[in-house]
Design a protein. Structure first.
Lengths: 309, 290, 459
């Protein structure tokens, strides 16, 4: 009897605990509903309509079915701008993740005993504090045809005449990638380091005593423990990459030039916002959403492949 | 004796420690240079006059820093007020964002309720929706709610930040064992109290990280505030900077623009330095260790 | 009702004219006494808050300095009598200003009295978007606000063209921004053997001569302009057809001429493809620059050529002005009364004071160096040596500006000018740079970009 009662009590305790799960979710969902969900539903709904402004005149909404989707796919915009976006993301992301992991490994490697760690750890995030618009302004000045970079290169006789960075597709893409790298590698390193804080220092010390090389320590201890954070970094960078906007937007003054080779998906979306073209904009966002979803799913699956939950 | 052994070991197996250390210092110095040079250029530009800036780039500071600064303060664009507004908006956004993201993540992490997985997946999905997409719908809806020209639409949405939530959740996965919470329960701690007095302190490094990120992105946000705020007294710094940049030719002064940019970066640096000690200062998540 | 309102308005106009002592205009109503009474009644019915939407502080300082009875309260507000004046400033970056207008103007009639937009400002590039809107968002300056043809007689015709839609004038401006060609005296002496504007003028009098001169300058190591974009405005202000005809995008002959001329100049290294206001463009203002000439209105010459910087050409008065191949306009702000305003009398009076009253206009010339939209005031200034420009080595170019302003025709503007101009220059820059191989390829890119901005257009 008393046994039964105890059991019952325990079960209800678990249930009453778990009820708290819902309670703790309330603020998120209430705010989400009001500030994001309603605009979002409108966005998806609008993607099936012809709906834009011409000057101050509202055209539509007229139901057009999948016409907006078909237009975006058939005129090649989606493929083109996805390609641009991915290229620029990769140019920035490879050095970003490489240096973040490298710095993370160095900072946590007890055998290195790096001095001035505090300074380096602090400094790497600083570029992120500058507004993207200000940052692009500076880049523009530095890489202009008569700018300091060109005059240095010419004075060193590396170039016969100034190189027109802004008129060369590869150069602009590399600049965008480079700016993203400088702005975001500190961010990634911080994320990884915050993850590393949780790693028990005695693990490293034990490994050192056992005579493991730092490479081994990195692959066998640091990386597996970091996995959840690493997955986070990969997915958010990917999402951030697909949503790349300010840097190329401001650097190319919204044109995505030369010849739209640095036009990203969101810059293209922004073009439709000019005419408040909710139809095309909506369709484009749904595509963007699907692409991001698929890519994130792949990253997620690969990262957790073979792991027993 | 044993230390020698380790040293020998390391030398034989991997690259020499000294060589690796030297490489590390060189790479770190180059990266630091890449990170700091922008501040130097900004500073230089802030010390030059509008006309001087037209002559091109220099490495030597000009003589107009004080002049630009006075022009900024005495100008008709209320920069000081803007800074206060930015502090309020970014500070509250960051505070609300980290607290409630932590709470949301904790709900998913610690409780096994029905629909938990689908909610987690749902939040991951909405994370992938670009903010620009909903921006115009957001603005017109705020208009209907009568929240135009108010801080509410700039601050409150920070409570539902899927990206911050996801980070907290991932951090909890690696650093917050459920056994610790069971212990708290056995000690008779209420759920809300457990969250506030045990979970939040343990999440400090993650909270600091997300607080910085949210603060900075809110501080530098131009797009939404430009559409929401219209009273000069309520405007945040990025709008005021844009306003200075689109000033008419009689008032246009690039030196003032640069000094304002430099001035507006300053508080972010301060906040960053305060919070960064939780990240870089070797704060270990003490209680988490199993 | 409307009729009554306009009678009241014109009555008030007359009253204010008398008050200012410049009652030279005709149309004074018969019974001043009756007018007095109704005016006060009308004023009593009007709103207590005047909201002015703008993107910078230019108009605010004009109003503060030149509108009789304006009292400044703080940085963004003031008082006229018992009416509070608010300036709602939204920067134009990212199209934010127009987005704001698009948000508030259509709903203006139903907005709360104190939140109503009363005045909004527009620029030439997108003026027609608001002045040509259906249903109208800008008030008819004559029909609704009661300004008369006589009031507006001294304004330059092109400033009216910009804000006229279907024959209805829906805005006014206090500025004219006609431009001239300014060239460097030292380079002129070196290449053409003289720096005298009278002798240089024939060498640059039309595009053929201009292009010929470019060749000579190139031989001496100079470029005639910094960028092909410098001349775009000059060509595009002299088109005979608008950008859009019956919903189809149209390329005017003069625009095509710009492409051909510029492509030839760029290929020959006689000009560049830089952005206006960019570093290279600014560098041309310095003595070690290699740029022979710029196209600009008075404000560019006075305020943007780094005159206070040692080492700039302007610092030593090293520029001179000639009319150049064609007249053009650059800049300018137009005042529109918002449909739904609850302060029509005050709006009308502000328009009248700041854009029609000669004494106020002359003050603006003196204080702000604006080229004002008033022929007699400018023609007087053109004859006055005290208006000589030090930057131009003591030359007084105002006569040229006046002549230019008379020649400008902006009758061929369309709703789509801002987008078309921007996208066209952009596509052609890529063509000049060789990123598009042919003109047709560049044209395709242009059509695509414009149709994204204005989905209703075709080509």
């Amino acid at each position: 009897m008393s046994d039964k009662k105890y059991k019952h009590k325990q079960k209800s305790m678990v249930v009453s605990y778990n009820r708290w799960g819902y309670i703790f979710l309330i603020p998120f969902f209430v705010v989400y509903l009001v500030f994001q969900f309603i605009p979002l539903v409108t966005t998806i709904y609008n993607s099936f309509f012809e709906n834009y402004r011409s000057g101050l005149t509202q055209i539509g909404p007229n139901f057009v079915g999948l016409q907006n989707y078909i237009t975006i796919v058939t005129n090649g915009d989606l493929i083109n701008y996805s390609k641009n976006t991915m290229i620029m993301w990769i140019i920035g992301f490879i050095p970003q993740i490489f240096f973040s992991l490298l710095l993370g490994a160095w900072f946590t490697d007890p055998s290195l005993r790096l001095k001035g760690q505090r300074f380096f750890k602090t400094v790497i995030y600083l570029p992120n504090l500058i507004m993207a618009s200000a940052f692009s302004m500076l880049f523009f000045t530095l890489f202009s045809d008569n700018g300091p970079i060109n005059s240095i290169l010419v004075n060193l006789h590396l170039l016969a005449q100034p190189f027109k960075f802004m008129s060369n597709a590869t150069a602009v893409r590399c600049l965008v990638g480079f700016m993203n790298f400088v702005m975001w590698f500190g961010n990634t390193t911080i994320l990884l380091m915050a993850g590393m804080m949780g790693i028990d220092q005695s693990l490293f010390e034990a490994a050192e005593v056992d005579g493991a090389t730092s490479t081994q320590v990195f692959w066998k201890i640091t990386l597996p423990i970091l996995r959840p954070i690493l997955v986070y970094v990969l997915i958010t960078s990917l999402i951030g990459g697909l949503q790349m906007f300010d840097v190329p937007q401001i650097l190319t003054n919204g044109t995505g030039d030369p010849a739209r080779s640095s036009m990203t998906l969101i810059m293209f979306l922004n073009k439709h916002l000019f005419s408040k073209n909710f139809g095309m904009g909506g369709a484009l966002s749904v595509f963007l959403f699907i692409i991001t979803g698929i890519l994130s799913m792949i990253v997620f699956k690969i990262s957790y492949a073979g792991e027993v939950k | 004796m044993s230390e020698n052994a380790i040293k020998n070991n390391t030398t034989s197996k991997g690259m020499n420690v000294h060589a690796r250390r030297t490489i590390a210092y060189i790479v770190l110095s180059i990266l630091s240079f890449l990170c700091l040079i922008w501040f130097y250029i900004l500073f230089i530009n802030a010390t030059r006059s509008n006309s001087g800036l037209k002559t091109g780039f220099t490495v030597i500071p000009g003589r107009f820093l004080i002049q630009n600064f006075t022009n900024m303060i005495n100008g008709t664009v209320p920069v000081l007020n803007g800074m206060l507004n930015s502090v309020i908006v970014a500070g509250l956004s960051a505070g609300l964002c980290v607290y409630f993201s932590c709470m949301t993540a904790y709900a998913i992490h610690a409780y096994k309720f029905k629909g938990r997985n689908s909610i987690f997946t749902f939040i991951l999905m909405i994370m992938m929706i670009p903010t620009q997409v909903t921006a115009l719908g957001f603005i017109s809806f705020m208009g209907k709610l009568g929240l135009m020209d108010s801080f509410v639409p700039l601050i409150v949405p920070a409570i539902a930040a899927p990206v911050a939530f996801f980070y907290m959740k991932q951090y909890m996965d690696s650093n917050l064992p459920l056994s610790l919470l069971e212990a708290a329960r056995i000690d008779g701690c209420g759920e809300f109290k457990t969250f506030n007095s045990i979970v939040v302190p343990l999440m400090k490094p993650a909270i600091a990280v997300e607080a910085i990120f949210t603060f900075v992105s809110s501080w530098n946000n131009y797009f939404t505030p430009a559409l929401i705020l219209s009273t000069d007294k309520k405007k945040t710094l990025p709008i005021l900077i844009a306003q200075l940049r689109s000033a008419d030719w009689l008032k246009f002064d690039m030196g003032v623009v640069y000094v304002t940019i430099a001035f507006s970066i300053f508080p972010v640096i301060v906040v960053y330095l305060i919070l960064s000690k939780y990240i870089v200062g070797g704060v270990t998540a003490g209680g988490v260790k199993e | 009702m409307k009729k009554l309102a306009s009678v009241l308005l014109s009555a008030l106009m007359a009253a204010s004219l008398v008050a200012c002592g410049t009652a030279t205009d005709a149309g004074t109503p018969a019974e001043p006494a009756a007018t007095e009474e109704t005016t006060t009644a009308a004023a009593g019915e009007e709103g207590k808050v005047l909201n002015i939407y703008c993107w910078n502080e230019e108009f605010k300082s004009r109003l503060e300095d030149h509108y009789p009875g304006y009292e400044k309260v703080d940085a963004t507000s003031g008082k006229i009598g018992d009416v509070t004046v608010n300036f709602v400033i939204t920067p134009s970056d990212d199209n934010a200003y127009q987005n704001k207008l698009d948000e508030v103007l259509p709903a203006n009639a139903s907005a709360a009295a104190d939140d109503k937009v009363d005045i909004f400002l527009v620029e030439a590039d997108y003026a027609l978007k608001y002045t040509g809107a259906e249903p109208a968002v800008a008030l008819d300056v004559k029909g609704d606000l009661g300004l008369t043809d006589a009031d507006l007689a001294n304004q330059y015709q092109y400033t009216k063209d910009v804000v006229t839609s279907n024959g209805v004038l829906r805005g006014v401006s206090w500025q004219g921004c006609p431009g001239v060609l300014v060239y460097r005296r030292d380079i002129a002496t070196e290449v053409f053997g003289t720096d005298d504007p009278a002798e240089i003028a024939p060498l640059l009098a039309d595009w053929d001569k201009f292009n010929e001169a470019a060749g000579k300058l190139k031989e001496a190591g100079y470029t005639i302009t910094c960028s092909a974009n410098d001349t775009f405005r000059v060509y595009s202000n002299n088109v005979t057809t608008p950008w859009v005809v019956d919903g189809k995008i149209n390329i005017d002959k003069n625009i095509e001429k710009w492409v051909n001329d510029s492509k030839a100049l760029v290929d020959a290294g006689e000009t560049g493809t830089y952005d206006l206001w960019g570093d290279e463009w600014n560098a041309g203002f310095m003595k070690d620059g290699k740029v022979f000439s710029y196209f600009g209105p008075a404000w560019l010459i006075n305020f943007c050529m780094a005159a206070d910087e040692e080492g700039s050409v302007a610092h030593d008065g090293g520029w001179a002005a000639v009319e150049g191949p064609q007249g053009f306009n650059w800049g300018g702000t137009w005042i529109c009364g918002a449909q739904g305003t609850d302060n029509p009398t005050l709006v009308a009076d502000i328009m009248k004071q700041l854009t029609c009253t000669e004494s106020v206009m002359t003050d603006i010339v003196k204080k702000d160096s604006d080229f004002v939209n008033n022929k007699p005031a400018m023609e007087a200034a053109a004859k006055d040596d005290s208006f000589a420009f030090p930057i131009l080595g003591g030359q007084n170019p105002l006569a040229m500006f006046c002549a230019g302003a008379d020649k400008i025709s902006m009758a061929n503007i369309s709703n789509y000018d801002q987008g078309c101009t921007e996208e066209f220059q952009n596509a052609m820059k890529n063509y000049f740079d060789g990123n598009y191989k042919t003109y047709d390829e560049a044209l395709e890119a242009f059509y695509k970009a414009v149709e994204e901005k204005y989905p209703e257009l075709t080509h």
